[in-house]
Design a protein around this ligand. Structure first.
Ligand SMILES: Cc1ncc(COP(=O)(O)O)c(C=O)c1O
Length: 411
């Protein structure tokens, strides 16, 4: 009998596009790309991040029951809900990029290279750092990570929020002592606004999205994200996954994880499926046109952190080679996927649960299963990128507070 949560999934809740430009599976990973790769400096990022207080590898759950329900051999879920207590994987990118920007500025002033974050935190470079302001636009989680990094490493911070970012998310960000700037318009407007104000005021933009003339910092953010892939490779030493599901906002996490996984596992790397909301489908649209293309929808989606209208150009240059499929999903699938994970005692937020929802959507349609090669022998790796980053919305969709769900032992 079909479990009731799967009644929410059918071929009408998603669209999928095979990426004909993807590199063939037997291409050596280093020939995949013609751009500077996040993994070239990823090791340095990972070493720095591992030195931070409370670093530990995020949990990889092996979800037996879900693999039976969805008719595959194995389902793993990488659970980013507790990274550094920030509730999402974003802690790895934005905060690391703040560290990178500050260490460069210290180098310019003192000639000291690669100053450790411990020394930054000691106040030794207070005279330099107190005069630095980092700034970014955000849907929520990236801004929280940048604000947390600024507070930790000792500089000032301004976070730009667009009209749709919830009050709960604003409150969570401002807890780290930054200034919040609310702007009219959507995420892409907030990116432009932050960039213009930074230029006028001598602030440093620490954005996770790359646009014309702005590539260095987003590439550093992605170096931080490669930590997820490196941890997975240590956690799965045996049979590798056959399919990897990654969420897409501007494409940063998907590009970083897919390229690092390709580097580590080479020809035995999984087929990669990028998941976006139907209303914010810039990567899907880019895959249709073969070049960076804006979203076709109005960006209003329950998957709040995936609400991006324009791709990161750096991420796109990687994904056009590493992604095998681009999938866009209806909002109606998210609540059921979040609830299903909560029943396993896993807290996964609206954007976090998108990967399970996409996997369940594919499994609801025999033709798409064949297209993606998902069958009873498949081993599926889902990345759940956040926990209850907006507790109010979480409770509305799941019917319970996140605190009621014990995350330490899935059933
Ligand atoms: C929880 C969560 N998942 C996924 C994403 C998408 O990441 P990217 O914009 O790098 O594609 C974000 C971005 O903010 C996020 O906060």
């Amino acid at each position: 009998m079909t479990p009731t949560w799967l009644n929410h999934f059918n071929k009408d809740v998603f669209d999928i596009n095979p990426n004909l430009g993807a590199s063939p599976q037997d291409a050596p990973p280093n020939s995949l790309l013609n751009t500077k790769l996040p993994f070239e400096d990823g090791l340095k990022a990972r070493q720095e991040i591992k030195s931070w207080n409370n670093y530990h590898a995020s949990t990889l759950w092996d979800l037996d029951e879900l693999s039976h329900e969805l008719g595959v051999s194995q389902v793993w879920l990488k659970d980013e809900s507790s990274r550094f207590g920030l509730g999402s994987f974003k802690a790895l990118g934005g905060a690391y990029a703040v560290y990178y920007v500050l260490s460069k500025l210290i180098f310019e002033s003192t000639g000291e290279k690669d100053v450790t974050s411990t020394r930054m935190r000691s106040g030794e470079f207070g005279e330099i750092l107190n005069n630095v302001t980092v700034v970014t636009a955000t849907d929520g989680n990236h801004g929280k990570s940048v604000a947390w990094g600024a507070e930790h490493f000792g500089c000032k911070c301004k976070i730009y929020l667009h009209a749709e970012v919830s009050q709960m998310r604003e409150k969570a960000i401002s807890a780290y002592g930054c200034d919040i700037v609310r702007i009219e318009g959507n995420y892409d407007d907030s990116v432009r606004h932050a960039d213009k104000d930074a230029q006028n005021n001598g602030w440093y933009v620490v954005s996770d999205t790359s646009y014309e003339g702005y590539r260095e910092v987003p590439s550093v953010v992605m170096q931080g994200y490669t930590t997820i892939a490196a941890e997975v490779a240590e956690q799965i030493s045996d049979l590798h996954p056959t399919h990897l599901f990654l969420p897409g906002g501007v494409g940063g996490i998907a590009a970083a994880v897919s390229s690092e996984i390709s580097r580590i596992w080479g020809k035995s790397r999984p087929k990669t499926i990028i998941v976006e909301p139907k209303q914010a489908d810039c990567l899907y649209q880019s895959s249709l046109s073969g070049k960076p293309t804006v979203s076709s929808g109005n960006l209003q989606t329950v998957m709040a952190c995936l609400s991006a209208g324009e791709v990161s150009i750096l991420a796109w240059e990687i994904l056009e080679k590493t992604a095998n499929f681009f999938l866009r999903l209806s909002d109606s699938t998210i609540g059921p996927a979040m609830k299903r994970l909560s029943a396993k005692n896993i807290v996964s937020g609206e954007s976090g649960a998108a990967t399970l929802a996409a996997f369940a959507a594919i499994c609801s349609d025999e033709k798409t299963k064949q297209l993606t090669g998902i069958d009873e022998n498949s081993r599926i790796l889902l990345i759940s990128t956040e926990g209850a980053t907006d507790p109010y919305i979480y409770k509305k969709l799941v019917g319970k507070d996140a605190e009621e769900i014990i995350t330490s032992h899935p059933k």
